[in-house]
Ligand binder design. Structure first.
Ligand SMILES: NC(=O)c1ccc[n+]([C@@H]2O[C@H](COP(=O)([O-])OP(=O)(O)OC[C@H]3O[C@@H](n4cnc5c(N)ncnc54)[C@H](OP(=O)(O)O)[C@@H]3O)[C@@H](O)[C@H]2O)c1
Length: 288
């Protein structure tokens, strides 16, 4: 049962990783509409047995589903929405020369255009709730571009630009915009990206792979390094929920040591040094 005094949150990408942790950690004084792509994911959310966590069909690439989800939230929440938490993501990987246009489109539709459409359509609900807020998830990939994950990085760089302008544009309507940038975390994003990268690789001949062997050799180990190290997704979910509770949310929040030092290093390092550091980290990943 939704209590009328509850503030309403809309989360995208609820079925795994950080979004899934938010579904488990959100306190009962919020009503969380947890965006899912299919019935199986909806069932996963229901299996938590939490009355205040309600699955809602929301593939962010689908305009019809965005409108329908917001309509349902509006009806059930009295026309108000307190926060959007954007966790839906894909990370297509492989040398950019090989990434098909459809994958680039999917990358931008999921990580950028879908979330923008969601925000555009949600503004009339957000303005009705005092102190409402939009949370985007940044990444170190939006500060440093590593080889093999350019499509993901391009969307994360774009988000940096989006949040800086959106924050100012929405200010007079009383809507806050925050970018939360965590360090690497062992969530399924890494495996999903690797599976997709391997699939792309399998379509290429040895001759086609040859010019990229210096990085392809490291693709697996670099990704595996991401899956077993880093800060727990629970800690990131708690950080996001703290931002939701703050009277005035921060403009930007970095979670984890590496996101902090990498950000500051990026401000001062010449590009040749950046390249050297990235290659060194990839070599280290191969050895580990
Ligand atoms: N994990 C990290 O190391 C890390 C570091 C920095 C920033 N982040 C950011 O944190 C956020 C969450 O990442 P995560 O690690 O939790 O990733 P994740 O475990 O892969 O979860 C992503 C979620 O998004 C869903 N999704 C994919 N495409 C969608 C679509 N079109 N519409 C709606 N939902 C969709 C996925 O469902 P399916 O599984 O069915 O596709 C999944 O539920 C992302 O913005 C990511 O960039 C993560």
């Amino acid at each position: 049962m939704m209590r009328s005094e509850n503030k309403i949150l809309l989360l995208t990408g609820s079925s795994s990783g950080i979004g899934w942790q938010i579904c488990q950690s959100v306190s009962n004084d919020f009503t969380l509409f947890a965006g899912v792509k299919n019935e199986e994911q909806a069932e996963k959310i229901r299996s938590l047995g939490r009355e205040n966590v309600i699955p809602i069909q929301l593939d962010v690439r689908n305009s019809g589903q965005i409108s329908a989800a917001l309509e349902e939230i509006s009806e059930r929440g009295g026309g108000k929405l307190y926060a959007i938490i954007n966790c839906a993501v894909v990370a297509h990987s492989g040398p950019i020369e090989w990434i098909p246009k459809e994958q680039l489109e999917d990358q931008f539709d999921t990580n950028l255009f879908g979330p923008i459409e969601l925000v555009q359509k949600a503004i009339p609900l957000l303005v009705k709730e005092k102190g409402s807020r939009i949370i985007f998830m940044g990444s170190m990939a939006g500060v440093f571009t590593k080889p093999l994950t350019l499509p993901y990085s391009m969307t994360k760089f774009s988000l940096e630009a989006l949040v800086d302008g959106l924050r100012i544009e929405l200010k007079t309507q009383g809507i806050y915009t925050s970018l939360i940038t965590p360090s690497n975390s062992p969530t399924p994003i890494w495996d999903k990206s690797l599976v997709q990268g391997r699939k792309l690789l399998s379509t290429k001949t040895a001759a086609q792979r040859a010019p990229y062997s210096f990085i392809l050799d490291r693709m697996e180990s670099f990704s595996i390094r991401g899956t077993d190290k880093g800060i727990p997704p629970q800690k990131i979910a708690e950080g996001i929920l703290k931002v939701i509770r703050r009277a005035k949310p921060p403009i930007r929040k970095r979670i984890g040591i590496s996101s902090n030092w990498m950000y500051f290093v990026s401000l001062f390092l010449p590009y040749s040094m950046r390249d050297w550091i990235i290659m060194r980290r990839m070599k280290k990943a191969k050895k580990d």
